[in-house]
Write a protein that binds this ligand. Sequence first.
Ligand SMILES: Cc1cc2nc3c(=O)[nH]c(=O)nc-3n(C[C@H](O)[C@H](O)[C@H](O)COP(=O)(O)OP(=O)(O)OC[C@H]3O[C@@H](n4cnc5c(N)ncnc54)[C@H](O)[C@@H]3O)c2cc1C
Length: 264
Amino acid sequence: MFEVVIVGSGPTSLYTIAALLDRPAGLSITVLEREEMSGTGMPFRPEETDSVLLANIASIEVPPICESLLDWITGLPDAVLSHLGISEDDLHERHFFPRILLGAYLRSQLGRLADLAEERGHRLHIYNSAPVVDVARVAGGYTVTALKEGELLSFSARSVVLATGHVWPEDDPEHGYYGSPWPSVKLHAIPATDIGILGSSLSGIDAALSIACAHGRFEEGGSRYVPGPEAEGLHITLMSRKGLLPEADFWCDLPYLPLEYATP
Ligand SMILES: Cc1cc2nc3c(=O)[nH]c(=O)nc-3n(C[C@H](O)[C@H](O)[C@H](O)COP(=O)(O)OP(=O)(O)OC[C@H]3O[C@@H](n4cnc5c(N)ncnc54)[C@H](O)[C@@H]3O)c2cc1C
């Protein structure tokens, strides 16, 4: 069998697996994921994201893996949808759903890919809680080493795909400095004080929402903020170099209209 090791199990990994499964039978694909739960992708994990945060990508922009995001959400039980505040009117391809729901969709697609691998005569092994600590070039391929339950496991591979996502800059919480706003739940530790956020686009808005939710709650469909008893002194300033709102392309029609004044 031709052995492929994929490090990480976020969306990049999922689309890679889907493409590999279209190849002739006989691939052995091993996915090594650092976290306990595979498949969700980093920004969409329930333990790292606030439930009020929405994914900034709608179903129309997410290439279907085994099924589209909208089809998957439409198939969820009514009780789950209403618990998440999703009504029938929201079930369309341009609606923005909670991040954790996008994570659950991605995870479900990984399960579907595992079934598909079997059907098509490939092997797909997924290891959770298995951070990769080394990838070494050896004759004929690579040796990938992962740490699993305190032991080092070695995997031989003809090809290795590094799908490990973002690397975050350092934080210095003791001095109130956060190099990145992610995972958003870490911002809950910030006290109700004067807070400056560099940037006012999507991540800046996410950061402001996370801090606001740690000190109060949103009511009336999100239109009214009710500060909690400890919120006195909370003052958030979003600082923007270019303007207040996210980049203009978030407001364009999708699929894009033909360009009128510029060439592609
Ligand atoms: C704050 C933030 C919010 C975002 N929100 C959105 C959004 O709403 N919509 C959108 O489309 N995109 C969003 N993105 C972009 C998003 O990161 C990508 O869409 C997507 O998550 C990238 O997928 P990925 O598989 O490349 O990386 P990731 O999703 O980061 O997945 C990488 C995986 O590799 C694992 N890993 C890392 N190192 C190792 C190791 N050594 N061993 C084993 N496993 C390892 C990680 O645990 C993780 O599961 C956001 C990005 C950020 C930073």
